[in-house]
Design a protein around this ligand. Sequence first.
Ligand code: ZN
Length: 529
Amino acid sequence: MIKKYALITALIILNINASYAQDVYERNESADVLNYIFNLTLNDDNNEIIGESLIKVNFKNKVKNFSLDLIGKSGDYGMEVTGVYEDNNNARYEYSDDKILITPAANGPNIKTFKIQYRGVAQKGLVIDTTKFGQRSFFGDNWPNLARHWLPCVDHPYDKATVEFRIIAPDHYDVVATGKKIEESNLGQDLKLTIYEEPAPVAMKVVTIGVTKFATKLLGTVGEIPVTAWVYPENRLDGFSDYGVAVNVLNYFIENIGPYSYAKLANMQAKTQWGGLENAGTIAYFENSVTGKNTVEPLIAHEIAHQWFGNSATENSWNHVWLSEGFATYFTILYQEEVYGNEKRKEELSKDRKEVINYYKKNPSPIVDNSIKDPMKVLSPNTYQKGGWVLNMLRHKLGDKIFWEGIRLYYQTYKDSNAMTEDFRMILEKVSDEDLNDFFKQWIFTKGFPELKWNWKYNKGKVIINVDQIQNHHTFKFPLEIGLITGKQIKMETVIVDEKFEIFEIAVDTKPQDVIFDPELWLLFEVKE
Ligand SMILES: [Zn+2]
């Protein structure tokens, strides 16, 4: 019994080189940001912001220095740093190459608070513009690494922290931000202070603010979690109607995956470069998502699914972003399957399969592709649709009960934390007692999918099926469901394909009218003529 464990240990060690490889962000594992307080002053005369950030850092080991990302001034854009303090004393720092490099005092407690004062115009990350109705607006739009344009921070999801926004803005605006609203005060001189505090740690890619004129409504409450809509006043009733489904979606994911991490769930109509951006507890949907015809249910389900996968259980490296996007893609399908039935699952997976196949023709690369260095480039049909397909295949391989047990344990283990693909695999191995190394290797770390050339014939009480995997870079191993059709009956047989060329014989009573592969859509493959 010891032998098997010895073997598994050896495989894990080998894998660390292959798949624990991290992206290129320079990490400082000795300095852990615990909390950010972002004071921001916004105005109507120009797009300059004035910021003062309080950043609480736990130094786990002695460090010479540590750095925060903040894009420096260049031309009309970027930030000027006007002061850096450590516990209210002037701190030693240098500001160059978009990094504030701070040398903390050698003595004192391990937990220190730094104050950064700065001002400037953000080129990205904080979008100051007008809404489609001509109303001035300010929206955070950070994903993946644009927070550094307006907030001094460790701008990588490996270091998550609790955040508080204290926003001073002209008092005619409505202000929403990551977290729970804890204060709204008139300061006089037509200014208003609004404070939001999020007690769960969040990654900078998904913190946000929204400041404009809003119509706001409580759509419902799930457990303790208020679900609200923040839409443009011109879209008030249509927006409340379109975003109403968020209550059902939140309820479905809480019941099936586990507790929701954040203080609230606001659904915000916004100016964003994305169709939707899953900001923790304050989701941004594109302006035209409001139609009054309930056309965005899948988008809403996708962004809400991210609250578990991507936001709470967060990929530790940009190259493992399928743990966010592949999961959001498949959990949208699971939600749709629950509401609309199994045919809807098949319809969605069939569309996704086409996208995976088309993308592969131009970009033959694996889901985890460590050759990608720029986080803007990690989004593709590989990380979304193929990632979703992998979860669908895993579900079929493990069965619904073990699959969901694995999902729940993975979430419970990495909630408010970070994970890599190997962490997910090990959780599934634990609940299933199966070695899933080959499965993950071929579907996540190997490019492509089986490209099958096949035919069948009937001969003396047998259906004889020839299956040829014509892709030559890798021979896939997979279970294949074969449907034998006679009249209105379909008889299912499962065979294991693990060679480049194989012949299967299935005994039958009569010659079937037709033979089809994978009628229930459990296998990602392409039929080649
Ligand atoms: Zn997504």
